[in-house]
Ligand binder design. Structure first.
Ligand code: ATP
Ligand code: MG
Length: 574
């Protein structure tokens, strides 16, 4: 591509309403232009990147055996009423009406349409399994569209849906798709993790989210530093830390007149927070429940909410309720001497404590030297704390690190939910009608572009991983007169590279070198060759990789071989 004939529209100004790097850089590089909130035009430059992502996604879907199709973006309300999602989907569903006053929506996802397709097209078990995919525009009327194409209202998604006679068969395709997703993100050159997103609430059906790791990510995830383990922080299992010591000290009541928080108690008694017990009273379904944690740990409300004793409640009991039952402020509660009808649920790590500090259930007093069994009995030892960095990984390999991620893909075993609601049956070997099993697999194609920039940029602009770059290489001729030997040399090199299938740009815009380089660094072209008059005379062509700080000087005779090598292309034919 000769850049004089391309449309580049870069800007030095950081747009005021763009909060994160990818949004700022996509606007500054001129990849997208906002039309309305959460709705963007992809410029020729932006589209080149989007198409690269699409190509990798399409190739890997086909390799995984999925068949490409294209479903309508506009979908009739009747289908959504069959699954009750016309009401349930909520405000994200953009409802529209045609001239006959019939209701439609602009598809935010395609389970209904594809299930409708399947109930007519798939009749026999012999046709199964089948896996369909499409790459298509979705619309979700997000409450807060933000960060550009990262959370847009109109965006490009690859969605796939598989159909099966049995749950086992679904499990197999799920694994194939999981592997395909891992290949896609690896090929795109992104650092990512597959996060177990199984909430247990959906009948134990498997679900994984694929996250690109970046500090600006919306999701907090816990990952092992030595294995593939990754889980949403809210879900990550917290193993016991610390070791059980012997009960040496005697249980002693001490005055703590105004010290209520763990921090205050720890300082006042000169004991580390990890040796002070935090006791929280929650109003459970059948009365108060005590939750005990180590003072330096925090309650994970999602885990606690799943405890049978709490029946989903996690709201702390009011000060009034605590005063009424125990006669003290919540800052002084502890497991020793609690009324017997209050269950004491102790976190795994807190259960290992010995000679610890805890509230004495009376105003202005704590115990020191408290010990489990001898002084207080746990009703149950449970996992209720938030994991912290350095915790042992639940899979037994390495330690947890807390990182942030951007969800770029999601694979999900839907089971029979949609097929049942919409009567998508096939005849089995015995001629009996059976409801199909389904899986669904989404990738945020346009979000990947933004996520890749979050992960790969510097103060000068975007640093595309090679496979996503709009141009792999740019040639920068620097000369004064039109008959300069630089012109000939560059034109020949340009032609040779194009003949070898290199996505090469020739910057023939006639800009000053500084301005030209700044532009090319902003849009993130990974490799640059500068051909100047003096360089040609001295047989020195300047090569620079986007993130390098120094030029390399190459002799003319080796330029082609070396650049093809850097681009990972076979240079046998040079
Ligand atoms: P999120 O939690 O980020 O809203 P989601 O759970 O609603 O995502 P899915 O319904 O699983 O997303 O959609 C599949 C993929 O589509 C997501 O993994 C994400 O990459 C992408 N995606 C979802 N919503 C948006 C959006 N508003 N803008 C851009 N991409 C999106
Ligand atoms: Mg969403």
């Amino acid at each position: 591509m000769r850049l004089s004939q391309f449309h580049l529209h870069t800007s030095k100004e950081t747009p005021a309403d763009a909060e994160i790097a990818s949004h700022q850089l996509m606007l500054r590089a001129g990849m997208i232009r906002k039309l309305a909130a959460g709705i963007y035009t992809w410029t020729p430059l932006g589209l080149r990147v989007l198409r690269r992502v699409e190509t990798v996604v399409r190739e890997e879907m086909e390799r995984a055996g999925a068949l490409e199709m294209l479903m309508p973006a506009v979908q009739p309300a009747e289908l959504w009423q069959e699954t009750a999602r016309w009401e349930q989907f909520g405000g994200q569903l953009l409802k529209i009406r045609d001239r006959m006053q019939r209701d439609f929506c602009f598809g935010p996802t395609h389970e209904e349409v594809v299930t409708d397709f399947a109930r007519f097209e798939i009749r026999s078990y012999k046709q199964l399994p089948l896996n369909f995919f499409q790459i298509q525009t979705k619309f979700r009327d997000e409450i807060r569209p933000r960060f550009g194409v990262m959370r847009a209202r109109e965006f490009l998604m690859k969605d796939a849906y598989s159909f099966h006679l049995s749950h086992e068969c679904l499990g197999k395709t799920y694994q194939v798709m999981y592997d395909a997703y891992a290949r896609i993100f690896t090929r795109l050159g992104l650092r990512f993790r597959a996060v177990d997103a199984d909430t247990g609430a959906i009948g134990g059906s498997a679900s994984h989210e694929f996250h690109v790791l970046a500090d600006s990510g919306e999701d907090a995830i816990a990952v092992s530093n030595q294995s593939e383990y990754a889980a949403n922080v809210e879900m990550a299992e917290a193993l016991a830390v610390g070791s059980a010591g012997a009960a040496n000290a005697a249980l002693t009541l001490v005055d703590t007149p105004t010290q209520r928080s763990i921090e205050e108690i720890s300082q006042f008694l000169d004991k580390p927070e990890s040796e002070c017990l935090k006791t929280l009273l929650v109003q459970g379904s059948e009365g108060l429940v005590a939750l005990c944690l180590r003072g330096d740990h925090e309650l994970n409300e999602i885990k606690a909410g799943k405890l049978a004793e709490l029946g989903g409640a996690t709201a702390l009991a009011s000060e009034e309720a605590i005063r009424q039952q125990l006669g003290c402020n919540p800052g002084f509660i502890g497991p020793v001497g609690l009324p017997a009808d209050i269950p004491v649920l102790v976190d795994r790590s807190a259960a290992l404590l010995s000679d610890f500090v805890c509230g004495a259930n009376r105003e202005g007093a704590h115990y020191v030297g408290a010990n489990w069994q001898r002084d207080a009995s746990p009703t149950r030892v449970v996992d209720i704390r938030k994991v912290v960095a350095g915790d042992p990984s639940p899979d037994g390999q390495g330690e947890l690190e807390l990182v942030r991620g951007i969800e770029v893909g999601h694979v999900f075993q839907l089971g029979q939910k949609y097929a049942e609601a919409m009567g998508a049956n096939v005849l089995d070997e015995q001629g009996k009608a059976r409801t199909m099993y389904m899986g669904c697999y989404g990738i945020g194609v346009s979000r990947i572009v933004a996520a890749a920039i979050e992960q790969n940029h510097d103060e000068r602009g975007i640093c595309w991983p090679g496979p996503m770059a709009p141009f792999q290489l740019v040639l920068c001729p620097i000369y004064k007169k039109a008959d300069s030997p630089v012109v000939d040399y560059v034109n020949t090199l340009y032609r040779e590279l194009r003949n070898r299938g290199v996505e090469v740009a020739l910057d023939d815009r006639g800009l000053r070198p500084g301005v030209m380089f700044a532009d090319l660094e902003l849009i993130g072209v990974p490799h640059r060759l500068v051909i100047a008059e003096r360089g040609l005379e001295n047989d020195q062509i300047e090569y620079r990789q986007r993130q390098a700080t120094e030029n390399e000087l190459w002799p003319q005779a080796e330029v082609l071989t070396r650049i093809l090598e850097r681009l990972g292309k076979n240079s046998d034919s040079v």
